[in-house]
Design a protein around this ligand. Structure first.
Ligand code: ADP
Ligand code: MG
Length: 679
């Protein structure tokens, strides 16, 4: 029986070679092929000669004014020439290696040709002859590759549509299609691939965007409902031990920290599979929450892992956790690529992870290498989640028998975008800073005021505070960054030494060097730390009160906010100095946002408004799903409606009945079971 899940190999002309080529484009089945929408359209509406510019691809219509002439050269090459009269102009049309078109070219006949216009020679290099009726037609342009041409993809799509269109059923419930005046699925697919005109193409896209968001949301929400119930592990932590651990901390938890600890503990204790995002602004105190979660697992006899994006951060966390767990029966190790370079040590470590001697491991993505195995992993926590992609998230999750997962991020995501980025997760939010924190005062200075900035730093140093100076980022070249940092370092030394010590930190250093520098800064042997952005995430030195950022306009808002978050971590008043001469209004607006607010959520929202979603999240980085038609920002209102309607559908108990014959239900089951829904 025919099915949309049939392999593309059933189509005429698809042999093993083409099959591989199509597979590479992620096209395996008929359904995939029908869903391989054109990424743009060629406009076949005919134009007047006077509106056409040189080298433009256009459709021109005229009367054939000369017999077609075919000239052959070489063994296989040929050229077809004829003249076309367009109003009062005569142009030359040339087709290469398409001599067979000559039969369609008759003197005196009206003809429309699509091709590339050469203004100087008044000639058109033909691409195709258009059907007479197709005056307003659009031609889809498809993703293709070296192995398969886009015209071949297009032909296969047409073939698949012809053979399988009867099998295309509606997934969006009829009621909703009616309510939002959407096309049937079959009409939508036809009109996205082969629109008769612009207007129809637009309408079809509108339906397609809704469908895409709606299906995505239905899947996410269905998964969320189910993953909680599905075979998770139960972590029966020792409440007494946990309580006394929390009581022994040097501070009391904020109400928000208490709340999220409760949310996490609830999940741990139940047979749910925890899949939780913990978001909280920089400095809100996520680390201690992670420590509590890890420790809870250990008291229940499980192992626990903390994964962070940089070595510095891994080291810092390891040091902090050793302090926190002092006197408790916790065996904690650090696993980074620096450990990896010491083969014997690494082997030993892996052995102890595998036999369960190690309770907690803290590391970079060295943690997710193939040869890292756990005896009994209970929970995995990732810090600075926005630095990891979906696939890294997944690998870690697969490390044990579905351990509970907690992902922490300080890059607050506007709620609406969180719907798509982390739609499958529960979200906990720390929405207050520890008491006594003063708001960081932020100043925007012109580069010409650099001397003032330095004297401001000097005043702070006199009061025994410390400062960071972040050197600008140049065109993503690490070498250039380094050179720049070294210049700033030299200049700063000249100004401040010998009274004060100046240190330099950059990405080209070995992790040992980095660790030494950070330790010296922490111990106040260094007063001013000049650094490239390697300090961006998570670094915690409470005595630092000034963050000066050079060429601040080169950084993204989220990054500036992260950098600023390195100060203001203690009770002293802290300052952020942004040195910038932005070249346009947009740059000015960004500096103003930084001066006006310390609220990460607000900044994320502003960033979104100023830049659009692609930049703010870097879709791959943040694990944003990629949509084929919809744009979560530009089509936000559609996304919201789709989200609301999807919830209605999923929350109806009848939906999850295994007897449900609804094509939507079958589709959801199928795509979740084949795992093709998220990456
Ligand atoms: P982030 O959420 O940015 O990772 P951290 O966990 O590094 O923040 O915490 C920032 C600083 O606040 C740390 O020095 C930490 O020890 C301190 N801190 C965390 N929670 C509290 C609290 N409840 N009261 C006082 N200080 C706290
Ligand atoms: Mg942190």
């Amino acid at each position: 029986m025919k099915s949309l899940n049939d392999s593309i190999s059933v189509l005429p002309g698809v042999g093993p070679k083409k099959m591989v080529a199509l597979n590479k484009l992620n096209i395996n089945t008929i359904a995939d092929l029908l869903g391989a929408y054109p990424f743009r359209y060629e406009d076949f509406a005919t134009r007047k000669l006077s509106e056409v510019s040189d080298q433009q691809k256009v459709a021109l219509k005229g009367t054939v004014a000369s017999e077609p002439v075919i000239s052959r050269f070489g063994r296989k090459k040929n050229r077809l020439n004829f003249r076309l009269l367009i109003e009062h102009d005569v142009i030359m049309v040339t087709f290469f290696n398409q001599a067979y078109l000559a039969k369609q070219v008759e003197t005196g006949k009206s003809l429309a040709v699509y091709g590339k216009w050469d203004a100087k020679r008044q000639s058109l290099t033909g691409i195709k002859i258009l059907a007479a009726a197709a005056d307003d037609e659009l031609g889809g342009v498809y993703r293709s590759s070296k192995e398969i041409k886009q015209s071949q993809v297009k032909k296969l799509v047409a073939e698949a549509f012809k053979e399988y269109q009867e099998l295309i059923v509606d997934l969006i419930p009829e009621k909703l299609r009616h309510k939002y005046r959407l096309m049937s699925r079959k009409e939508m697919i036809r009109n996205i691939h082969f629109p008769d005109n612009q207007k129809i193409a637009k309408l079809a896209r509108r339906t397609g965007v809704f469908e895409e968001f709606f299906l995505f949301q239905v899947k996410m929400q269905y998964l969320k409902r189910h993953s909680r119930i599905k075979n998770g592990i139960q972590i029966k932590y020792d409440l007494q031990k946990l309580r006394s651990f929390i009581a022994g901390l040097p501070f009391t938890l904020t109400p928000a920290q208490k709340r999220v600890v409760n949310e996490i503990c609830y999940d741990l204790h139940h047979k749910y599979h925890m899949n939780r995002l913990l978001q909280g602004d920089v400095g809100s105190g996520k680390t201690i929450v992670a420590a509590i979660a890890l420790y809870a697992a250990v008291t229940a006899g499980f192992q626990a892992a903390l994964m962070v994006p940089t070595e510095i951060l891994a080291q810092q966390h390891a040091e902090k956790f050793v302090q926190l767990f002092k006197g408790l029966d916790v065996n904690l190790v650090l696993l980074t690529s620096a450990t990896a370079s010491k083969a014997k040590q690494r082997r030993e470590l892996l052995k102890n992870l595998e036999n369960g001697q190690i309770d907690i491991v803290i590391g970079t993505h060295a943690l997710i290498q193939d040869d890292v195995n756990f005896a009994k992993i209970g929970i995995v926590v990732t810090d600075e989640q926005h630095r990891f992609g979906v696939s890294q998230r997944q690998v870690l999750r697969q490390k044990g028998k579905s351990p509970d997962v907690l992902m922490m991020t300080a890059t607050p995501i506007p709620r609406t975008l969180a719907l798509t980025a982390y739609g499958e997760m529960e979200v906990s939010t720390i929405d207050e800073l520890p008491k006594g924190r003063k708001i960081i005062k932020t100043f925007w200075l012109k580069n010409s005021q650099l001397a003032q900035a330095y004297s401001f730093i000097q005043k702070q140093l006199k009061e025994h505070a410390q400062a960071y100076i972040v050197s600008p980022l140049i065109a993503e070249s690490e070498m250039m960054d380094l050179k720049n940092a070294e210049e700033v370092y030299a200049k700063t030394k000249k100004l401040f030494e010998p009274q004060y010590h100046v240190g330099l930190l950059h990405g080209k250093m070995s992790s040992d060097e980095k660790r030494q520098i950070m330790a010296a800064f922490k111990d106040h042997q260094i007063d001013v730390l000049v650094s490239t952005t390697v300090i961006e995430v998570g670094v915690d030195v409470t005595n630092a009160t000034v963050m000066m950022i050079l060429d601040a306009e080169r950084f993204g808002l989220a990054q500036l906010h992260q950098l600023r978050g390195r100060v203001g971590r203690g009770e002293r008043q802290s300052y952020c100095l942004l040195l910038a001469d932005p070249k346009n209004e947009y740059g000015v607006a960004r500096m103003k946002v930084m001066v006006q607010t310390n609220d990460g959520f607000m900044i994320a929202q502003k960033d979104l408004e100023l830049r659009g979603q692609g930049d703010i999240l870097g879709s791959k980085q943040a694990g944003m799903p990629e949509f084929k038609l919809g744009d979560p920002v530009a089509d936000l209102n559609v996304l919201q409606v789709a989200q609301k309607e999807a919830a209605q559908v999923v929350n109806n108990p009848a939906f999850d009945d295994s007897q449900n014959k609804d094509p939507l239900f079958k589709y959801v089951k199928h795509s979740l079971s084949t795992g093709m829904s998220f990456d």
